[in-house]
Design a protein around this ligand. Structure first.
Ligand code: PEP
Length: 257
């Protein structure tokens, strides 16, 4: 049996300015003990404009909360107005970056090839990508979720070495469950998370597949996290709405208690 350290990551999306960000991080730090933050990895993913403030709050407090960004450019640098590079994020101490969130795929036309380039850009800067995959409602209704997610996974990991794949965090986020209050059942979450791990084993070997942490995301709250975490292939959660409330997010991190 393999033990993977659970990882709870809060995707703040386009919420909270840098002052509000400091407050939330401080509240979070006050709500969680060192032991709780050792047992479970807690990560916040604020907007770009908050990162410097979050870095200062976390460093100053010696709090063991990780942080990262919600997106990055596939390019190294140069004439790309409005974009943020992996090197810039690394310089701000980001450990994680979300890649391929369904909102980026839907509103910004991100396809598997772009997601693949962004995964590589993150890894090149020693930032762990949190790679999101997930099916929409129509695909779910046609029972195509496993095939769809496998395709997104293959596309996103194209050309990566086993040693890189091992570092990645994957988030299974059914689009119909994001921000809708409709959580996938624990069995639904396990079905796809298990299929993702099986695919990784097929392509990269059992050792790599066993090392990768797979999150579930979609209307996770304190009230439903324990049942989801009880599934063998679910190693954490990517949390949107509920991560904006310090007490709620802290309760999710303490899912075992
Ligand atoms: C998300 O956007 O990654 C997400 C899971 O959102 P929510 O928890 O609000 O459904």
């Amino acid at each position: 049996d393999v033990t993977r350290r659970p990882i709870m990551a809060g995707n703040w999306k386009m919420n909270l300015n840098h002052l509000e960000a400091i407050l939330l991080v401080q509240k979070l730090a006050a709500s969680l003990t060192e032991q709780q933050l050792t047992d479970v990895e807690a990560v916040v993913l604020p907007p770009f404009t908050d990162l410097r403030s979050v870095q200062t709050a976390i460093d100053g407090d010696k709090v063991k909360i990780g942080y990262g960004a919600q997106d990055l450019s596939q390019h190294k640098g140069g004439a790309y107005t409005g974009e943020i590079s992996g090197a810039m994020l690394a310089k701000l101490g980001c450990s994680y970056v979300v890649v391929g969130h369904s909102e980026r795929r839907e509103y910004h036309g991100e396809d598997d090839a772009l997601v693949n380039a962004k995964v590589k850009a993150a890894l090149a800067n020693e930032i762990t990508p949190i790679l999101c995959v997930g099916e929409g409602l129509e695909i779910r209704e046609a029972a195509g979720q496993v095939e769809h997610c496998r395709g997104q996974l293959d596309g996103a990991l194209e050309g990566l070495k086993d040693s890189d794949v091992k570092k990645i965090v994957i988030a299974y986020e059914p689009v119909w469950a994001i921000g809708t209050g409709k959580t996938a059942t624990p069995d639904d979450a396990q079905e796809v998370c298990g299929a993702i791990r099986a695919r990784l084993a097929e392509k990269y070997g059992a050792e790599t597949a066993d090392a990768v942490r797979i999150q579930y995301g979609g209307s996770v709250k304190a009230a439903n996290i324990a049942a989801i975490m009880a599934q063998p292939d679910v190693d954490g959660a990517l949390i949107g709405g509920a991560s904006l409330d310090a007490e709620e997010f802290a309760s999710i991190v303490r899912f075992r208690e």
